[in-house]
Write a protein that binds this ligand. Structure first.
Ligand code: ADP
Ligand code: MG
Length: 337
């Protein structure tokens, strides 16, 4: 089946005083109809920038190379009018902070009604009916009354339920959720993830889920794209990547899954060191200064992208040395679907 979203060799740059700074460097992945693909990596890996590039929301940044194809249509470099129609109606977004999607000055009902009417030629009464139905679908108790609530009167979990309702308002083909549960406590997180999984099945939407948490990947995704320092370092089905990771960074992420006991904020300290600044990426493999398995070659030579199985790739000299064949550049490598 043709992918809903097909990102190939994406490069994104931001202007700086010292010239253009590349923060996303040759990223490729795709998302099939009804499929959930996770982009995972520590903070600063380029996950958000990659997804914002899809929606044409880069601000001062720009797509410096590659392609973004949505249902076969090239949308990298699409005009502002096309991108406006795309956002909300065909591709919807759920953010980490639900308040970034909600306006504190308007009632929940007015905002959901507006989200429906912006893209649909329906009357007010009909949109209102649909809004109540959506709030019920996302599990808000007493939706008729909730329509009149203001965002600040809701808990964080309830706000995110409204965020999900607004994202689903126009039955998008693709939902992009950027750390949708990172701001919530673990119990509420589990509820919101279960809700998203159920609604995605019912609506048949493709889901691009961004997270730093491998346990979220394990619970939610069909395939996973592991990002480090603006590049994809490993990609494959969740079942295969989690049971037999081929990149040391993937192994480190799996080993640093936060538990209820350790608390989620400890994740960043579990892998020693930090993601390099894009202006100062290490020579050779970008992960080598933090890699427990790095050998001399890793410090000086850029590792090739190696095909490690059906639909799987790894950007690591160890995978190459294991006798695997280099993958063609920019190939989606998704034969697993
Ligand atoms: N508007 C911007 N201008 C300059 N650099 C940016 C901008 N937004 C993000 N970056 C840089 O791009 C890199 C990737 O950021 P981001 O995609 O937000 O990471 P992630 O979502 O994986 O945490 C980071 O080094 C970040 O500092
Ligand atoms: Mg981010």
């Amino acid at each position: 089946m043709n992918p809903v979203l097909d990102v190939r060799d994406l490069r994104v740059e931001f202007p700086t005083a010292a010239g253009a700074l590349g923060v996303v460097d040759g990223v490729s992945f795709d998302v099939g109809p009804g499929e959930t693909v996770a982009l995972v990596g520590e903070s600063g890996s380029g996950k958000s920038v990659s997804s914002l590039a899809v929606l044409g929301l880069l601000g001062r940044g720009r797509i410096a190379g590659g392609s973004v194809s949505f249902r076969g249509e090239e949308i990298a470099g699409a005009g502002p009018e096309r991108l406006r129609r795309l956002r909300g109606a065909e591709i919807a977004m759920v953010f980490q902070n639900p308040m970034s999607a909600l306006d504190p000055l308007f009632s929940v009902g007015d905002q959901v009604v507006e989200a429906i009417r912006v893209h649909r030629p329906v009357g007010r009464a009909q949109a209102r009916e649909r809004a109540v139905e959506l709030l019920r679908e996302v599990g808000l108790p007493d939706p008729e009354r909730r329509m009149r609530s203001y965002p600040h009167e809701l808990s964080g979990g309830q706000q995110q339920r409204v965020g999900v309702a607004m994202a689903l308002a126009c039955d998008p083909e693709l939902l992009i959720a950027d750390e949708p549960t990172t701001a919530l406590d673990v119990t509420v997180e589990a509820q919101i993830l279960a809700l998203m999984r159920r609604l995605q099945r019912e609506h048949g939407a493709a889901l691009l889920l961004i997270t730093h948490d491998m346990s979220v990947v394990a619970r939610m995704a069909d395939r996973v794209v592991v990002m480090y320092a603006g590049q994809v370092v490993e990609r494959g089905t969740v079942a295969e990547v989690l049971s037999a990771p081929t990149h040391p960074y993937t192994r480190a992420l799996i080993g640093s899954v936060p538990t209820v006991h350790t608390g989620r904020d400890e994740l960043l300290t579990v892998i020693p060191g930090s993601v390099p600044n894009p202006a100062d990426v290490p020579d050779g493999c970008r992960f080598h200064p933090r890699c427990p398995q790095a050998v001399e070659r890793c410090r000086t030579e850029v590792p090739p992208v190696v095909r490690t199985g059906e639909g799987r790739i790894s950007r690591c000299w160890l995978a190459e040395d294991a006798g695997r064949v280099p993958a063609p550049t920019g190939a989606p490598g998704t034969g697993a679907r």
